[in-house]
Ligand binder design. Structure first.
Ligand code: PLP
Ligand code: FVT
Length: 467
């Protein structure tokens, strides 16, 4: 399918008024971003409210953004970029999509929140269940971290067991028990885990290599009756993109269930993004009847860019939550009406046409990247999971299977590539371990702008690899 036109109403990349620097220019002013970064660093640790925003692993001046529209973002110095970060996932329809902005404005005009239920909460739950029939009840929270933390609490409450299995390189947010060998910012900054997590808490999480069913079975046999749940990203997307090997998800569910443990599938990043029903929606097609995870977690897209996440799954498990059951979870802002309105507007506008468009845009982008890196002789792999992609630099004759494989990538080549793309007007995640995001506004023209920046970036990566 062609991506000739951004989906209508999504405000594809335009040159905003106010003398922005032409994308593709070799250099761009960064004086205001640098000034703001210094002011932020004076009052905020590292100048950022989430470490992944820092340019720690790539160096240079992190850009402060003042505007986003469709597929583009504009920094404080007026430079416009094609955006492939997508707010780290939520911007499925593109930045400032008119339907989402209008829904939020209307909700705001009616009051910012009441500490009581609003109709949009069950409407959003209905929308999630419509796409994911495995989800029988939904609870709305504010962050993906809360969603996974609560899912694990339910698993422990329901099974009466203490231990949880996670996979190395998977990221499930920043709750104490899930930070060991985590991807995302911890991978980016080379942290094996976090200080401040007690040894007792850390000991309750078993970390296993991804895509290794023998290791999983061995863990179950070594801890009989002790493992409450296995939590897994439905396709790993926080150590770059690394989808499960064929048969891994099926084997994982079978093994967990055979040992009385639950399966929590974390779709915070992939949910309603990798495909209309997340990555599970893709895997479900080939799964034997009735084989399914027990709990799912969602975030990012489901909140349309405002702080909202969700968990859901089997009715009997979700009914463990207070006020029905003994597992406690709460939140002043849970189900906030603005966030609910943004999530609903996003999901309601994300129809089959949007997902076809996202797939075509990701395919077109992958081809451009592949061609440019191959032409420049850069050793690399383009990694895919549904509409998500990432680029792994280095020699990978065989596809990577786990975190150890990914950790030996060539981060110097990534750094050179990242900065050349930024100079060429393309905003990529400032990390070799993060996914690239397209939106409904990434049309042929936008992909063409990325293609223009690619040859110089590929040459820069090649030079770094040769050094
Ligand atoms: C798979 C996954 N789970 C959980 C989270 C945590 O979500 P949040 O940052 O909203 O707490 C993330 C964030 O990137 C994620 O990618
Ligand atoms: N893929 C990792 C993230 O999206 C993290 C976002 C954040 O912690 O700010």
């Amino acid at each position: 399918m062609s991506v000739t036109q951004g989906i209508s109403g999504s405000g594809s990349a335009t040159t905003a008024p106010g003398a922005p620097t032409a994308p593709g220019a070799p250099t761009a002013p960064t004086a205001l971003s640098a000034e703001y970064a210094a002011r932020a660093a004076a009052v905020i640790p590292g100048g950022v409210n989430s470490p992944v925003r820092a340019f720690g692993s790539v160096g240079g001046t992190p850009r402060f953004f003042v505007r986003g529209s469709g597929a583009s973002v504009t920094d404080a110095d007026g430079t416009e970029y094609v955006d492939l970060v997508g707010a780290w996932g939520p911007a499925l329809l593109g930045h400032a999509h008119p339907a989402v902005v209008e829904a939020v404005q209307q909700a705001a005009a009616n009051g910012l929140g009441f500490g009581a239920s609003v109709p949009g909460e069950y409407e959003l739950a209905d929308e999630i269940i419509r796409r994911m029939p495995e989800v029988e009840l939904v609870r709305l929270v504010s962050t993906g971290t809360e969603a996974t933390m609560t899912a694990i609490r339910i698993a422990r409450g329901a099974t009466g067991r203490p231990l949880v299995i996670k996979f190395a390189g998977h990221y499930h947010g920043h709750s104490d028990g899930l930070l060991a060998a985590a991807g995302s910012g911890l991978a980016t900054f080379g942290l094996p885990g976090s200080a401040g997590v007690t040894a007792e808490t850390a000991a309750q999480t078993l970390v296993l290599p991804y895509n290794d069913l023998a290791a999983l079975e061995h863990a179950f046999q070594s801890h009989p009756g002790q493992i409450a749940a296995v939590i897994t990203e439905s396709a790993a997307a926080n150590m770059g993109i690394l989808p499960p090997d064929p048969g891994f998800t099926e084997g994982l569910i079978r093994s967990a269930h055979a040992h009385g443990a639950l399966v929590i599938t974390d779709e915070v990043l992939t949910g309603f993004r990798a495909g209309s029903a997340g990555y599970w929606g893709i895997e479900r097609e080939t799964m034997p009847d009735g084989l399914r995870p027990d709990l799912f977690t969602f975030g990012k897209v489901v909140g349309g860019g405002l702080p909202l996440a969700a968990l859901g799954g089997r009715r009997d498990l979700m009914e463990q939550l207070a006020p029905l059951g003994p597992v406690y979870q709460g939140g002043t802002l849970s189900g906030n009406p603005l966030a609910v309105a943004a999530g609903l507007a996003t999901l309601r506008n994300a129809d089959a046409t949007v997902y076809d468009h996202l797939a075509a845009a990701a395919d077109a982008l992958a081809v451009e990247v592949e061609d440019a890196l191959t032409a420049a002789g850069v050793a690399h792999r383009v990694q895919r999971a549904g509409t998500l992609l990432s680029v792994l630099f280095g020699d990978y004759p065989v596809a990577p299977a786990n975190y150890d494989d990914v950790l030996r990538q060539d981060t110097a080549a990534h750094r050179a590539f990242f900065h050349a793309m930024l100079a060429g007007g393309v905003n990529l995640p400032p990390s070799a371990f993060e996914a690239w995001f397209v939106s409904a506004a990434h049309d042929d023209r936008v992909i063409g702008r990325v293609a223009e920046a690619l040859p110089a970036a590929a040459r820069a990566a090649a030079a770094a690899q040769a050094a």
